[in-house]
Write a protein that binds this ligand. Sequence first.
Ligand code: CP
Ligand code: NVA
Length: 330
Amino acid sequence: MNLQGRHLLKMRDFSGEEIKGLIDLAIHLKKEKRNGIDQSAELRGKNIALIFEKTSTRTRCAFEVAAADLGMHTTYLDASGSQIGKKESIKDTARVLGGMFDGIEYRGFGQETVEELARYAGVPVWNGLTDESHPTQMIADMMTIKEHLGQLEGRKFVLMGDGSFNMGNSLMVTCAKLGMHYVSCSHPNCFPARELVDYCKEICKTSGGSVTLTSDVEAGCRDADIIYTDVWVSMGEPFEIWEQRIHDLLPYQVNARVMSYAGESCLFMHCLPAFHDLGTGLGRQIHEKFGLSEMEVTDEVFESPASVVFEEAENRMHSIKAIMYATMPR
Ligand code: CP
Ligand code: NVA
C-alpha cells in the first residue's frame, strides 16, 4: 500500500483495502510505542500546521503527540489568532502554508474548505473534522473494534441518535467499505442523506456489508456487536435546535435497556466528548432548561465494562500517527 502524497479528506476517497492498511499500520505503531521503540527518525525534521476553526481536545493532542513521536514539529493556528478566512482566503492560505509545511491538518465547518485547502496546498492535507466528515476518527474507531473483536467484516454496527452529521456519514461509509452491517437507528429527521445511503448500498454490493435505516430500537440493536453514539447537537449547530433534537433523539439514548437488546459482548463506543452526566457547563445548561441529566448515553453505560471510549480516545493518537506516516512523501 503506497499512500504517499495522498490527502485524507473523507472516507469516500479511500478503498476498503486502503482503510484496512491504515488500521493495521496504526495497530503496529501502537505496539512499537508500547515496546519502547523510538519512532523519532521516521519523519524527523518535517513540519506540520494544525488549523482549528472549531475547538478540540483529542484531535489536537493526537496530532501533536503523534508528530512529536515521529520527530516532527507542529504549529497550531486557531480561528482568532490567524488571518485564515478573515483577511486571507483559503486558497491563499493553502499556498502560503504549503510553502512552509510538509503537511496540514484542518478542522472547520464546510467540507469544501478542506477540499480547497488540499487543492492548492501541494502537501498532504488531513481533515480533522468538518460538518460532513471526520475521517481520522474512523481509523481509531475501527482499530479499537479490531483490537476487541478481531474481525471487522460481518460485524453489526449500530449508530444510535444523530446519523446525519459528520460521524454518521463517515461511519456509514467506513462500515460499508469494510463489509460491516451498518444500522442508523434514529428518528427519520436524523437519518443520513439519501444520496450517501445510495452510495453506500452500491459499495455493499461488492463488500458484503449492508446499510439499514430504522426507528425501531429493539430490532435495530438486536445482536449488535457495537453500539455507537454521538452528541445530539454538533459543533457549529445553533443552541436553539436542542429542543427539537431532545424530542427526536431521547428515544435513541443508549441506556442499559438498549445494551441488553444487543447481548453480553457488545461494545459501547463514542467519539467523545459525551454528555453522560452534569460534569460540563453545557450539560448543566441543558439540565436547567430541559431537566435532562444524561443525554445520548447514560452514565451507567458510559462507565460500564462494555464501554471502550477511553481506549478509542487513545487510539486517535496511534491512528493519526499512522495516517501521517503513510501519507507523508519521503
Ligand atoms: N473525537 C474528537 O474529535 O474529539 P475532539 O473534538 O476533542 O478533537
Ligand atoms: N458530531 C460531533 C463530533 C465531535 C467529535 C461534532 O461535530 O461536534
